[in-house]
Write a protein that binds this ligand. Sequence first.
Ligand code: NAP
Length: 299
Amino acid sequence: MSVPPRIGFIGLGIMGRAMALNLVKSGFQVSVYNRTRERTAEFADLGCEVASTPKALASMCDTIITMVSDPAAMRAVIDGPEGAAAAFSGGSTLINMSTLSPDYTVELSKKCFAAGVAFLDCPVSGSKGAAESGQLVILAGGGAEALERASPVLRAMGREIVHAGPVPSGTALKLCINLIVAQLTTALAESAALAQAQGIDPGLIFRALALNPALNCGYFALKKDNILKREYPPAFPLRHMLKDARFMLQAAGKKRLELPVTAAAERLMTRALDSGYGAKDLSVVLDNLTEPLREKENA
Ligand code: NAP
């Protein structure tokens, strides 16, 4: 990018806040929009312009980055009279970094193409800590030239970019990665529940895993406190992983591919959502698994 981009960042949640702050720290000119205005206050204090609507944001920027919950949130910030698309101008770029469905990602790219806007789907691998430290792995879909132009911006938020192919390849790859994350998390929770049922200290699971180089996975260390303390401050909210699991099953279903273990994880996460745990970290599924044990203890 020879002329520095004017970046408009939409969605200052757990991930977006940290990513936008890293763009500011890297010296980019960043303006922001967030549905809940209070979340923009720290950006205003840093000298960023705060737009009152996504349309107003798009009219003052040439590169829009979105990091919102899901397709419904994306439609809310893109479509309609106050949506960003109402101010799309030819030559701009939209980089979506939220995890959306592949189908909706294609729909978005068509909308951008019609408006002369370059589109990249760039969901991320890595959670709150990686977003804060700028260590995300960016899973990119789109044209090589547009990706090359956007790479200085992406590198301010992540340490590596994996170009998976044309749109929606970034999203497709993200679902493959999150399939593993969902199963690792549910596996940890089931293992801890089984340990408890057998009168074994769940802390020993983590100790034994860490001692085996083949099983010493950084992700287990990230979730250790959640599992052992049974506290679930949201790094990756359960409702977002449930959304992703449903996208995985839809994508597989379209090709008549069965994902029986992912389907079981989806059912467990649905139970957790129905228990009111949607905003907690996805490791909260442990509480659903151990409910029968607690009931027995309390009887
Ligand atoms: P989050 O903390 O729940 O933030 C969601 C953002 O979307 C907030 O800015 C929220 O605005 C906005 N939003 C939601 N519904 C909206 C609507 N109807 N209209 C306008 N804005 C709306 O989520 P997050 O954890 O940052 O995740 C963001 C995306 O990244 C998700 O797609 C998630 O799957 C993906 N992701 C998350 C992680 C992780 O570890 N957390 C890791 C990789 C990828 P308000 O502030 O007004 O609520």
